[in-house]
Design a protein around this ligand. Structure first.
Ligand code: NI
Length: 335
C-alpha cells in the first residue's frame, strides 16, 4: 500500500458515501428508519454504522481508542450526513500529511470491548474502505426489498440491477472486441464459477433448492443444473470455432432441457462436479488462445455471426448471472 493508493481509495470512498447519502434523500423518514432484517435492520442504522466506523477508525489512526459504540446523534439523515462530511474532511487532512513510511507504522488500540489489537496504519486505512463498501452494499439490498424505497444510482446501475429478478446483475451487453485485460478478467470470472456456485448453494436444504428464484421461474436446483448444460454447449462452441471456419453452431432449447428428468433427479453435487471438470478444461483452452483467436467467428442461427470475444463476454456474464439468481434469492429470503 502506497500513499497514492490510499488517496485514490479515499477519493472513491468519499464519492460512494456521497452517492449513498444522496440516494437516501428521497426516502420518506419511515422507510428510511424501518427495520427490515440484516445486520442493522434499517437503512438509517446501517448508514449510521458506516459513519460511526469511519469516525472510530480515524480516531484509532491517531492513537486514540474511543469506547463510544454509536454516533451521538443518528436521529435523521441530516445528522448522519453531517458526520460523513466532518469525518471526510478530517480523513483528508490526515491523508494530506501521510507518507509511505507512516503507512507501515504499527498502531495498537483497544477495541470497544477493551481488547488490545494492533495493525499497520495501511491495513487500517484499507479496512475502513472495505468495511464501508460492504455496508453500502447492504443498504442497496435493504432498499431493493421494497419497490417504494428503491435507491437510484445511475452511475453504478444499481437501480436497474435490483429492478428485475430475472436479471440480478443486469442484461448481457454484447461486444465484438475486448481488450486483453477485459479478456483476462472474463476468463477469471469463468474460472471462478464452480467455486462461486458451490458457495452459493452451500447449506441449502432440499426444500430450499426446490424453491423458484422468482414467481414462475426455475427452481434453484434447475438453475444449478442449467449452468453445466449451457457451459458444455459453450465449450463445444469454442472448440468448433477454433477448428472450423465460421461454423454454424447448434442452439438448444434450454427451457426444455431444464424439464428433462435428469434435472429433477440428479443431486446438485453432480452438476458441481461437472462444472469443476468442465471449467478446468475450458479455462485451459481459453488461456491458450491468442488475441487473433478471439476474433474468430461462429455463426449463431438466431444471434448471427459472433466473435469469440463476444461469446467469451456472454459466458462470463452467464455464470455470474445464474450464481446471482441463487445468492439474490438467499438474500431476499434471509437464508
Ligand atoms: Ni442461462
Amino acid at each position: 500500500m502506497k500513499t497514492e493508493d490510499v488517496r485514490t481509495l479515499y477519493v472513491y470512498n468519499r464519492w460512494a458515501n456521497q452517492r449513498i447519502v444522496d440516494a437516501c434523500r428521497p426516502l420518506d423518514p419511515n422507510a428510511f428508519a424501518r427495520s427490515m432484517g440484516g445486520s442493522f435492520g434499517s437503512i438509517k442504522d446501517t448508514l449510521a454504522h458506516i459513519a460511526w466506523a469511519e469516525w472510530l477508525w480515524l480516531e484509532r489512526w491517531q492513537h486514540r481508542s474511543p469506547k463510544q459504540a454509536s454516533l451521538p446523534d443518528a436521529s435523521n439523515l441530516t445528522a448522519i450526513a453531517r458526520v460523513f462530511h466532518d469525518v471526510a474532511s478530517s480523513q483528508q487532512a490526515f491523508i494530506d500529511e501521510l507518507s509511505d513510511d507512516r503507512l507501515g507504522e504499527r498502531i495498537a488500540y483497544d477495541n470497544i470491548k477493551g481488547e488490545r489489537w494492533e495493525y499497520t496504519l495501511g491495513q487500517m486505512m484499507q479496512h475502513v474502505v472495505n468495511h464501508s463498501t460492504y455496508h453500502r452494499g447492504q443498504i442497496v439490498t435493504l432498499a431493493s426489498r421494497r419497490a417504494t424505497t428503491r435507491l437510484r444510482c445511475r452511475r453504478c446501475k444499481l437501480r436497474r440491477m435490483s429492478d428485475d429478478p430475472r436479471y440480478p446483475i443486469g442484461k448481457f451487453q454484447r461486444r465484438e472486441e475486448l481488450s486483453a485485460s477485459e479478456r483476462r478478467s472474463m476468463i477469471d470470472d469463468i474460472a471462478a464459477v464452480p467455486t462461486r456456485m458451490r458457495d452459493a448453494v452451500t447449506g441449502l436444504t432440499p426444500a430450499q433448492l426446490d424453491t423458484p428464484y422468482r414467481d414462475g421461474g426455475w427452481t434453484l436446483r434447475q438453475v444449478v443444473h442449467h449452468v453445466p448444460d449451457s457451459h458444455l454447449n459453450a465449450y463445444i462452441r469454442f472448440k468448433l470455432a477454433l477448428t472450423e471456419d465460421s461454423p454454424t453452431i447448434k442452439p438448444y432449447d434450454e427451457a426444455r432441457w431444464a424439464e428433462l428428468a435428469d434435472t429433477h433427479e440428479t443431486p446438485v453435487k453432480t452438476s458441481l462436479a461437472m462444472l469443476d471438470a468442465l471449467h478446468d478444461r475450458w479455462v485451459r483452452l481459453l488461456k491458450s488462445m491468442k488475441a487473433d483467436d478471439f476474433q474468430r467467428k461462429l455463426n449463431h442461427p438466431e444471434a448471427g455471426p459472433m466473435t469469440l470475444d463476444a461469446v467469451l463476454g456472454l459466458y462470463a456474464w452467464h455464470g455470474r448471472h445464474h450464481v446471482a439468481h441463487i445468492t439474490s434469492t438467499r438474500e431476499r429470503l434471509g437464508w
